[in-house]
Design a protein around this ligand. Structure first.
Ligand SMILES: [Mg+2]
Length: 197
């Protein structure tokens, strides 16, 4: 069987970049203990995280205002895995729900510039950067994402969403991987061709 090249959509926050660790740091700065083992929910309103929606939203707003350029690389297998996928003939897009623009006149495409330089700094070379809330609209065959609501949306549209394993998505059914390296291995051995066909 000849395998056709796939269009792969990679999420950024919670897949490539350590968003939750950065939010926890902001929360500690705001006087919360941030001692939870989780988070066990994507909303982060739970014991050891934020007490309510207001404090959680405030911390996220602070982090976005400060810029997401300082987030740590979450998965050090990512640069090599993306390279392998592209060498294998697959197209790799970033598909993120981040904002492409920041508020203010001079901030046209500032979110895109920040993300492009973050990816370059970490040696992650993709084919393009797609900014969209409704990720299935990017038309990828296979997505890698951590957020339960994005995984639902992608699967509802008939596409394959692979879960990037973390504490707040354990209730979501598979397929599931723990790293970009594992994801690339599975793509390259054709695990998702049968389903995407
Ligand atoms: Mg994410």
């Amino acid at each position: 069987m000849i395998r056709r090249p796939l269009h792969i959509g990679l999420d950024v926050d919670g897949v490539l970049a350590g968003y939750m660790a950065a939010i926890a740091e902001v929360g500690r700065g705001n006087g919360h203990t941030m001692s939870g083992e989780g988070p066990l929910t994507y909303e982060l309103i739970e014991p050891g995280w934020f007490p309510d929606a207001l404090t959680a939203a405030a911390a996220m707003a602070q982090l976005h205002e400060r810029g997401l350029g300082d987030l740590a690389l979450l998965d050090d297998t990512a640069p090599g895995a993306v390279r392998e996928l592209r060498n294998g003939g697959h197209k790799v897009s970033i598909v993120t729900a981040r904002q492409e623009h920041r508020a203010g006149e001079s901030s046209h495409r500032a979110g895109r510039r920040d993300l492009a330089s973050w990816l370059a700094r970490h040696g992650i070379e993709t084919d393009d950067l797609l900014f969209m809330q409704q990720k299935s609209l990017s038309g990828c065959d296979v997505y890698l994402d951590d957020a339960p609501h994005n995984i639902d949306e992608i699967r509802s549209a008939g596409r394959i969403a692979v879960v990037r394993d973390t504490t707040y998505n354990r209730q979501v059914p598979g397929p599931r991987v723990i790293s970009l390296a594992e994801f690339a291995d599975r793509v390259l051995r054709g695990d998702f061709n049968r389903q995407a066909a």
